[in-house]
Design a protein around this ligand. Sequence first.
Ligand SMILES: Cc1cc2nc3c(=O)[nH]c(=O)nc-3n(C[C@H](O)[C@H](O)[C@H](O)COP(=O)(O)OP(=O)(O)OC[C@H]3O[C@@H](n4cnc5c(N)ncnc54)[C@H](O)[C@@H]3O)c2cc1C
Length: 280
Amino acid sequence: MKPAPFAYAKARTLKEAVALLSKHKDDARLLAGGQSLIATLNMRLSAPELLIDINDIKGLDGIAKKGKAIEIGALARHTQVERSGVIAKHAPLIALAMPHIGHAAIRNRGTFGGSIAFADPAAELPACLLALGAEIEIAGPKGKRKVKADAFFKGLFETALRPQEILTAVRVPAADKNTRVGFAELARRHGDYAMVGLAASARADGKALKDVRLAFFGVGATPVRAKKSESVLANGNIEAAVAALELDPQDDVQATAKVKKHLAGVLLRRVAKQLMEARA
Ligand SMILES: Cc1cc2nc3c(=O)[nH]c(=O)nc-3n(C[C@H](O)[C@H](O)[C@H](O)COP(=O)(O)OP(=O)(O)OC[C@H]3O[C@@H](n4cnc5c(N)ncnc54)[C@H](O)[C@@H]3O)c2cc1C
């Protein structure tokens, strides 16, 4: 299918993009990598009157260590993040997740910010941000504001972004020697969206773990934390953590709710081992 007709504008600055969004509000959509947006236009799931191309806005594609945080610009392409030495060294959870995002052609165009703003419930990066307690930077008509990942993902493809706002960057804590991370997903084919996935982080605390954060994806309208299992896992009992899972997935085209619950337990066992093995 072809998209409904739309007008096109190329924004050269953040200010210009925010002004266009403020003027056209819900009738406009930002165009980043286009890997999700163009598909929704072609399927006529969305028919905005105006596309605002943000690809030429300077300074939104950096990846850098800033103090105790790693800042990833919204326009950093998935491939750029996947190949970044800064990410490999200081954001190992994101490094583990990147190869699971689609295929090479999609990763060449798709952007980090686009994935977070689109907020597909089966996507890897929103769950990683939740597991890392990331901070999301947003620019709007009144300047910049920051939202914690725990408050950013509101519902199915729904985030804390307002119609006239742009996601500009994401900050995750830089890993140190006590940081532990784990990642696993089950997809029908490598590169497909996950049936179920799990991104996790924790801190080593002697022989135990603390600050365990388990963020499942593909099991609800948003990535979800399994808070009861987090505290049980901190005591080192993997089977008790699996038994404490309180996920409530729905049947979808990928799998039934029953299968998803089973797979979530399988993934938790795998990821828990990753978190614990790394303590050696
Ligand atoms: C075949 C296929 C397989 C895929 N598999 C996976 C997968 O396994 N895992 C996965 O996570 N993703 C997958 N994707 C999606 C891919 O990761 C996209 O790159 C990503 O979801 C959207 O990024 P984008 O830059 O292409 O955004 P776009 O498609 O340009 O935009 C998506 C939405 O986000 C909004 N948006 C974009 N940037 C911003 C911003 N800076 N601020 C505010 N709003 C913004 C747009 O207005 C639009 O509504 C797949 C895509 C395809 C086509």
